[in-house]
Ligand binder design. Structure first.
Ligand code: WTA
Length: 658
């Protein structure tokens, strides 16, 4: 093995635009029949029963799809089930002693293994504890936790008693936590004392407490002792110790609550165009069927596999493809607490090697980092257990795709580039790995039963090769049902743009741009709204702007996403200061900190540019496109419609001078 990339091979790969699924994969794949596309077309929507049939139902549905009140679709109507029963109880007879969760801590050698029986026991105990604390059906429980086993345990405990969960990413700020708890009227919080990042124990509890200070109602807080240090709960307040609660419930069993297919399983807040995060509502029957079906058909998960998705459970990817999909299928799901570069840049490959991981699902931003670090890290390990690779979260450039295919998959694993969103619940556009050829850079055709198009601003399909807006023309089981307590915003955000209600045409607009080729393969180009995608994380520019204008001395701010080699996009902030405010480094830091406080370190601006004006149209709208061009160092677009064309060049000079 050498540190030098194989030049001949790279040249061959660079030219290759299509890749057939490796035969060794196809031979054993869960789905291999190309006819499945037609079957879904001809038998739509009933073909979706195939997804629901992967689950155990207490009562069968009477109708697959109820579309009588569009766009408030209902799936598997009258069906009854419980998600925790589907992820745990039903596996006990056959797979009780098999591993459900392999948890790998950041400190090397700190691991925990939960068999299905053990996980079942702990989930039951915590479900009993939550009940005893007064949590009832339909009460929203918030989790503000990093990647520790108690997070999926708490999620499944909630599912067991019919209490929807709302998981807030641990990297979000105290303010972000408070906003989400207020919005969901959530009176219970599960959090922890801290966690490890690159060898350092980080505090988490103070941040949670700070958030709670800004919640207007009483909250019961359960604290998990992750660090095992002296500092634990504040017994004077309403904080409770997780271990003590669970110990009290030793061996308790909680009958899974019968939930209607359409009952809410969870809420997940995500960024949108306007300032306030959107509470995306997912249901028990449709969502779980969809997560299980896509895990089966796309990730090719089988019960005997060891499967690893390296996302954080604080995002939708972790919900669907660390917790619900894999556990519904009874497989072993790996959960890793740390970062890919600690203690060294081979940590991921060490884990694949040690645990004989069969499928790896990660993000393009991670793959770009691996590529930069070089193939010498994967080459130190035996990765031959891998059978399938996946990516999600942002477009993947063909070079990164090919690197992943070659150096991680050894040209023997299909790569699935999966396009989807928090709102879609699961994958929508990707190749079926045992059926379709792959084209690096293009996610692929819509999955069977999913109907997508690329349209122009009139809603008419564009020619192959032309950029347009991606739309979804038919409902699907995993779709969001509404925005929490805000049906009106649900319609405005997703359906207004392209639907023609008079003609009963309901079209979902995900706010992504895309193009399609002659084979029907879709290349997703990125967001067309004011959402930016930093390392696969969705951030609303408005949310960042409102944090910045909250800083004393700031008069106005505009935030855009600029291209970034590693992160995909990065945050660029253009700031107008008030008279008398000095534009110095100290003030710049103050602005950066304000963004971190309001949202979290992931939203930290790459650059803060002071300017005395922002480019505006005659009607006073900020021309963000020009600000993006400046951030990217691109040729500037048309400036003739501006009220103040000179300012653009002024800002450009400032940025270039920085
Ligand atoms: C982007 C993450 C290109 C897209 C599951 C979408 C992608 C947003 C891909 C949703 C992909 C996700 N190719 N772009 N394979 N996957 N995106 O809600 O812009 O965090 O709208 O869900 O990520 O981000 P979200």
């Amino acid at each position: 093995m050498s540190d030098q990339p194989d030049v001949e091979l790279e040249a061959r790969l660079a030219e290759q635009e299509e890749f057939e699924p490796p035969e060794s994969f196809v031979e054993q794949a869960n789905v291999t029949d190309e006819g499945i596309y037609e079957e879904f077309d001809e038998n739509w929507p009933d073909a979706w029963e195939r997804a629901a049939e992967l689950l155990d139902w207490e009562e069968d549905w009477n109708q697959v799809l109820d579309d009588s009140n569009e766009p408030f679709y209902e799936w598997f109507v009258d069906g009854k089930l419980n998600a925790s029963e589907n992820c745990l109880d039903r596996h006990l007879d056959d797979r009780g002693d098999e591993v459900a969760i392999e948890w790998i801590g950041e400190p090397v050698d700190e691991t925990r293994t939960y068999t299905y029986s053990e996980l079942h026991r702990e989930v039951n105990e915590f479900a009993a504890a939550l009940r005893e604390q007064g949590v009832g059906e339909d009460d929203v429980v918030t989790m503000y936790m990093p990647m520790i086993p108690e997070l999926p345990i708490a999620m499944l405990a909630c599912a067991r008693i019919g209490a929807p969960h709302s998981v807030v990413f641990a990297g979000f700020s105290a303010d972000a936590l408070a906003e989400r708890m207020e919005s969901a009227d959530s009176e219970t919080l599960v959090t922890c004392d801290g966690y490890y990042r690159r060898g350092e124990a980080l505090d988490h509890l103070d941040k949670a407490r700070e958030g709670l200070d800004n919640v207007g109602h009483d909250v019961t807080t359960v604290v998990v002792d992750r660090l095992g240090d002296e500092r634990t709960v504040d017994h004077r307040g309403s904080e409770l110790d997780y271990d003590a609660l669970v110990d009290e419930q030793d061996g308790a069993e909680v009958e899974p609550v019968t939930r209607d297919a359409e009952d809410m399983l969870f809420l997940m807040y995500t960024s949108g165009t306007t300032g306030k995060p959107k509470g995306v509502k997912h249901t028990t029957g449709g969502y779980l069927s969809y997560a299980a079906w896509t895990s089966h058909a796309v990730l090719d998960i089988k019960p005997e596999d060891t499967y690893w998705c390296s996302a954080d459970i604080g995002w939708i990817t972790g919900h669907s493809y660390i917790v619900y999909g894999p556990l519904a299928l009874g497989t072993t799901t790996v959960m890793y607490e740390g970062t890919p570069d600690y203690p060294d840049k081979d940590r991921m490959w060490q884990i694949v090697d040690d645990y004989d991981v069969n499928q790896l699902y990660t993000a393009p931003t991670a793959i770009r980092a691996f590529m930069k670090w070089g193939e010498k890290y994967p080459e130190q390990h035996d990765l031959s257990s891998l059978r399938l690779l996946g990516t999600v979260g942002e477009p993947i450039n063909p070079r990164a795709w090919k690197w992943y295919y070659k150096y991680i998959g050894n040209e023997e694993c299909p790569v699935v580039d999966t396009w989807w969103q928090t709102e879609t619940g699961g994958m929508m556009i990707t190749t079926l790995p045992g059926v379709k050829k792959m084209k690096p850079g293009s996610a692929g055709p819509p999955l069977p039963g999913v109907s997508a198009d690329i349209v122009d601003t009139n809603g008419d399909p564009v020619e192959a090769g032309r950029a347009g807006h991606l739309v979804v023309n038919k409902p699907w089981p995993g779709m969001l049902r509404t925005l929490y307590k805000n049906d009106e915003r649900f319609i405005n955000e997703y359906w207004d743009e392209y639907s023609v209600p008079d003609r009963d045409q309901w079209v979902y607009f995900p706010e992504d741009g895309a193009k399609i080729d002659d084979d029907g393969y879709i290349t997703v180009l990125g967001r067309v709204d004011d959402v930016i995608n930093v390392s696969g994380h969705r951030l609303g520019t408005m949310e960042i702007e409102s944090a910045i204008v909250g800083v004393e001395g700031v008069a106005e701010a505009a935030v855009v996403g600029g291209d970034h080699e590693m992160k995909g996009e990065a945050v660029y902030a253009y700031v107008i200061t008030e008279d008398g405010q000095e534009e110095n480094e100290e003030f710049r830091q103050e602005i950066i900190e304000a963004v971190e406080d309001a949202i979290g370190p992931i939203a930290r601006p790459e650059a803060v540019v002071f300017t005395h004006e922002l480019p505006k149209t005659r009607s006073g709208k900020i021309m963000r496109r020009l600000l993006e061009d400046i951030a990217n160092g691109d040729e500037l677009g048309n400036t003739s419609t501006l009220r103040n064309p000179d300012v653009v060049h002024e800002i450009e000079q400032k940025v270039q001078g920085d």
